[in-house]
Design a protein around this ligand. Structure first.
Ligand code: G4P
Length: 529
């Protein structure tokens, strides 16, 4: 098959949701439809169970699952689908943000009873800013929840989206009758039998036909007619261009647990969701159909087996064909590397592959060469953008608790930071090391992993920092900047790339500093240009 055909038949996407909305269940049902798994329960939830924060076996178990489910690939009607897993837990939000740099579209799952929740808001905002096409799936229609119109309003307002329902529920909860598919003009009747894979579909070309009464009863027929009239009157028609430009978001209703509405979602998805999209590098826009291979690392996973310390770097292929045993340029190191056993991912396993195409993810064994964000090419010096670090929310000094093991500690910290577990800062004044994280859970993970994987021990000390800001002086030689550096010396640190950051201890300090030094810009994201 030609490169163009391979590109056209690929869909690489992520499912984003607040924990518990049904992401794992939906993923599993999609895999069932694709024939990639045979039974429910095969996809393990990667969520951190409540109260498990100090249970390290639980953390290890989660990491194991997280490797296994990082990429789930399957074929559906000739289309190769790659689902990239995104952790829902807020402490791992950065992982999710980074994974979103490697998807070409997303499906947003919302719980009909809970509506728009905090994590959904954050993740959708990132997708909106990056102009990632989004489909919305409103889940758990078999339960009592919010009124469909009320929920659509909430989605528009809280998530700032322009929705257009492509299906509409008939009743809800106990009274849930099924779904009218506006897109295909038929009704799927809900049987409530979760074991059933095939739904009963009734074609309805004209909703005014008396036949509708026979199918769903008078009350629901009347209600459906009114609702569909309202939908067509209030919401814009589906416009694929607008969807692809992230200006319109089609909405589907269903119940993942009951396997209901999932086929409609999948069918619409393969038809309208984009194949691999071009990606901006610092130098130029790279198109997937360019002959030469390029790709970037968006995730690094340490091996769980203590006897094999190598890691797996996840590379999204942006253009060209990736081939096994071919030397590729590691742009940051300006060094050619060859990979003898690149992994491709399937529903429940990984396998060595000879060739991969744009949209695919390959897992490369790495002994410490890669950092998140690294670019691989056939020789051209390009740098993919868009994997920024965000200001952490928590900050602590890290101390060595075993002086005999300082080398191990250094190596461990270095590698964990490359994996993107947390960020390391070094204070300008005294060289002390500070670890910044998105959630408190990471400190336990780091301490545990340092001890078990590197044989090093650490302790933490509290540090009162509100935000870390990356500093951009208008003129590094100006008196204003010199004064800023002198006055703020105690609060300055370097990040791992050697970029200067300012630790603000409160929102007030931040505001005052910005007022006093207007020509020293403070950014909350490391990649601000
Ligand atoms: P997540 O990955 O987004 O965190 O959610 P997950 O799929 O694990 O689903 C969270 C809970 O919601 C699970 O129940 C799951 O069975 C349930 N669920 C998912 N889809 C539906 C649906 O369409 N209808 C109903 N009624 N429930 C749904 P749990 O009790 O937390 O877990 P489990 O013991 O059933 O696995």
């Amino acid at each position: 098959m030609s490169l163009a055909k391979e590109i056209k038949r690929r869909r690489t996407f992520g499912i984003v949701s607040h924990p518990d909305a049904g992401k794992t269940t939906l993923t599993e049902k999609l895999l069932l439809f694709g024939g990639a798994i045979q039974e429910a329960g095969a996809v393990k939830s990667n969520k951190i169970k409540k109260g498990a924060t100090s249970d390290f076996m639980e953390i290890e178990r989660q990491r194991g699952i997280s490797v296994a489910t990082s990429v789930l690939a399957f074929e559906y009607e000739g289309i190769k689908i790659n689902i990239l897993d995104t952790p829902g837990h807020k402490d791992f939000a950065e992982d999710t943000f980074r994974t979103l740099t490697a998807v070409d579209s997303v499906i947003v799952v919302i719980d009909v009873a809970k509506g728009v929740e905090e994590q959904t808001e954050k993740l959708v905002e990132v997708c909106r800013m990056r102009k990632i096409p989004m489909l919305v799936f409103i889940n758990k229609m078999d339960r009592e929840g919010k009124d469909a119109f009320e929920l659509l309003d909430e989605i528009e307002q809280k998530l700032n989206l322009t929705v257009t329902p492509l299906s509409f529920p008939i009743g809800m909860g106990y009274d849930f009758k099924g779904i009218y598919n506006i897109w295909e003009k038929n009704i799927n009747l809900f049987s409530g039998d979760s074991r059933k894979n095939i739904e009963e579909t009734v074609e309805i070309d004209d909703l005014n036909d008396d036949f509708l009464e026979k199918v769903i009863g008078g009350k629901f027929a009347e209600e459906l007619r009114e609702n569909v009239e309202l939908v067509t009157g209030v919401y814009p028609d589906f416009d694929q261009e607008a969807y692809l430009n992230a200006e319109q978001q089609p909405v589907f209703f269903g119940s993942a647990l009951n396997n209901f509405g999932v086929r409609e979602l999948l069918d619409a998805f393969v038809e309208i969701a984009p194949p691999p999209r071009p990606k901006q590098s610092e130098e130029r826009l790279i198109k997937p159909n360019e002959k030469e291979f390029t790709g970037f690392v968006f995730k690094i996973h340490a091996n769980m087996d203590p006897r094999h310390r190598d890691r797996l770097a996840f590379v999204k292929i942006v253009s060209g064909v990736f081939e096994r045993n071919t030397p590729y340029l590691h742009v940051r190191h300006d060094k050619k590397l060859k990979f003898s056993s690149p992994n491709a991912f399937f529903a429940e396993r990984k396998e060595i592959v000879d060739v991969s195409y744009p949209g695919d993810i390959v897992g490369l064994h790495d002994t410490g060469n890669f950092k998140i964000g690294d670019t691989l090419t056939e020789g051209e010096s390009i740098h993919y953008k868009g994997i920024p670090a965000f200001s952490p929310e928590h900050f602590r000094y890290i101390n060595n608790a075993d002086p005999m093991k300082s080398k191990q500690l250094e190596k461990g910290i270095d590698q964990l930071m490359d994996e993107g577990v947390a960020q390391l800062f070094t204070l300008e004044l005294n060289g002390r090391k500070v670890i910044g994280t998105v959630g408190a859970l990471q400190y336990e993970v780091i301490q545990y992993r340092l001890e078990h994987e590197y044989g090093a021990k650490c302790t933490y000390e509290p540090l009162n920092v509100h935000k870390a800001c990356w500093i951009e002086p208008k003129d590094p030689k100006s008196d204003e900047y010199k004064e800023f550096i002198r006055v703020k010396q105690r609060f300055l640190a370097k990040d791992k790339r050697g970029h200067m950051v300012f630790f603000a201890d409160s929102p007030f300090t931040l505001q005052m500093t910005q007022q006093k030094y207007p020509n020293v810009k403070l950014h909350f994201v490391s990649e601000y240009k």
